[in-house]
Write a protein that binds this ligand. Structure first.
Ligand code: GDP
Ligand code: ZN
Length: 494
């Protein structure tokens, strides 16, 4: 029997729009069953049964035929009555069927509305709702499988377990505030709470580490390719992409605008932007490209500065000159942190060893490499003015012609952004990380207030804020729930 507390019925095409063997239309809400019966000509639908039916219009003419399945509330994805019409996957057929559902009182679902209803009906939490979207839009196997783990509730469980632990500490603290005279509640000074808060801090750090990997997995990194015309930027992009995308030519300044490409390099999603060849130019079109390149560099996580190792003698000096504006804005240290010097065209050097890492701060002549002269200098004097970069700058030797050094480059990128997802990684978002950082900061406050000030009320308040931040992640924390728990588990009234 349809439940009257359900919301008005929504409907949408649930399968991809286009042509396919099967096309699915999904209904959810109060009248889903009624509409399903009207469309299929059945007097009732058995829950979780595949009924074969002809789907008809209001004149009784057949629109399509297929399978209709009824999931009765609350045993459905949304927790409401859900009906699925599985017809043929054709645009016209699907739209006719959709129009028929509108006619019978359903309205078009908005984006994410089925998931929203599932959340509102406690079928999934926020993390799981987000994981559905992430699983569907995954562009790598690692993204998809970690989204599926989050969807199954693994990430939520970590958050909920931690939240539960904080709630339990709050019980102790609240008790010590309310009953300071009772011997058995002198918790604040006995070290137990401090121990428990330390545990919380460690647990938050663990989850944060997991979430950071999950966020990198999901969002990837922004990488910009820059360097003088003809250094080999487009060749590098093509090598990494494995296809010819950018125009590679011998004429300097061919790449006039930025060109973006999303690649998955050994599991790491890289949003790679090839920039216009950076050089002073009077060409207006090229100037616009250069400005765009500069703003791309500012926003990038990593800047791959490509140079021709066979002809460029002071590449770092060149990089600093080209990005002088940006260095002024973000500071030398931040600039160096995102910089990777790519010594390209290593094949032209002839007789080089296979070692590709060149470290600027040591004399590399011991391995017999033909290294650019500036790397031979030591960097003992003023680093800001020296043309020798600090150790933070990574350098790698590659050849886009032979492919030498490219695997090492990919590994270097992964190391630089700290991308080392575990086998069982969980997808995560910036939102989760922000909330986790706040949860950590409040827990740290609680620790200080306990250890330094023995301020029970403040400890309790900080713990509450920490728990609230965690609750934002799953979207499930309510203050009332916690109060209820405090009163029911402590027989304080006696
Ligand atoms: P961009 O202007 O920086 O994008 O440079 P391109 O990728 O268009 O390359 C400029 C020229 O250098 C082309 O003729 C490439 O074939 C050549 N080139 C690129 N990488 C290498 C390399 O590793 N070795 C050699 N020998 N030539 C390269
Ligand atoms: Zn060395």
């Amino acid at each position: 029997m349809p439940n009257q507390s359900q919301q008005p019925t929504i409907v949408a095409i649930a399968s991809p729009i286009g042509q396919g063997g099967v096309g699915v239309i999904r209904l959810s809400g109060r009248t889903a069953h009624t509409i399903g019966c009207a469309v299929s000509g059945k007097s009732a639908l058995t829950p979780r049964h595949a009924h074969f039916a002809k789907f008809k219009d209001n004149q009784g003419a057949v629109i399509d035929e297929g399978v209709i399945i009824y999931f009765n509330a609350p045993h459905s994805f949304t927790g409401e009555d859900v009906v699925e019409l599985q017809g043929h996957g054709g645009m016209v057929l699907q739209n006719l069927l959709l129009a028929r559902c509108f006619e019978l009182g359903a309205r078009q679902a908005t984006a994410g509305e089925f998931s929203l209803r599932a959340f509102e009906n406690d079928k999934i939490d926020l993390v799981q709702a987000e994981a559905i979207a992430d699983a569907i839009s995954a562009t790598s196997v690692a993204q998809a499988s970690s989204a599926m783990r989050s969807l199954s509730g693994e990430f939520s469980k970590k958050i909920n377990d931690l939240s539960e632990k904080i709630a339990n500490i709050r019980l102790y603290v609240e008790a010590s505030i309310d009953f300071p005279d009772e011997e058995d509640v002198e918790f604040l000074s006995d070290g137990v709470i401090e121990f428990k808060i330390d545990e919380i801090l460690r647990a938050v750090d663990d989850i944060l580490a997991t979430a950071k990997q999950g966020q990198l997995l999901r969002d990837g990194v922004q990488v910009v390719l820059a360097g003088r015309p003809n250094a080999g930027k487009s060749s590098l992009l093509n090598r990494l992409a494995g296809v010819e995308r950018a125009i590679v030519t011998d004429i300097a300044g061919t790449t006039r605008d930025t060109l973006s490409e999303t690649l998955v390099l050994d599991g790491l999603t890289v949003h790679l932007t090839d920039t216009a060849g950076l050089r002073d130019t009077s060409d207006k079109v090229e100037k616009i490209g250069i400005d765009r390149a500069k703003s791309a560099v500012k926003q990038a996580d990593i800047l791959l500065f490509v140079y021709d190792v066979s002809s460029e003698s002071e590449p770092f000096t060149l990089a600093k000159e080209l990005f002088a504006d940006i260095i002024d804005e973000i500071g030398m240290e931040n600039f160096e942190r995102k910089l990777v010097m790519i010594a390209n065209k290593a094949d032209l050097l002839g007789g080089v060893s296979r070692e590709t890492m060149v470290d600027f701060n040591h004399n590399n002549s011991h391995n017999g490499e033909n290294v650019p002269c500036e790397t031979m200098q030591n960097n003992s004097n003023s680093q800001e003015n020296s043309h020798v970069p600090r150790e933070t700058v990574s350098q790698i030797r590659v050849s886009c012609a032979t492919g030498q050094g490219l695997d090492e480059l990919v590994n270097l990128l992964k190391d630089k952004v700290g991308f080392h997802p575990p086998e069982n990684s969980l997808i995560a978002r910036t939102r989760h990380i922000d909330a986790l950082k706040r949860a950590k900061s409040h827990a740290t406050d609680a620790h200080t207030q306990l250890v330094v000030y023995q301020a029970g009320e403040l400890v309790a308040e900080s713990l509450r804020l920490s728990q609230t931040a965690l609750g934002e992640i799953t979207g499930q924390m309510s203050a009332d729930e916690l109060l209820g728990r405090i009163f029911s588990s402590f027989c304080i009234g006696k």
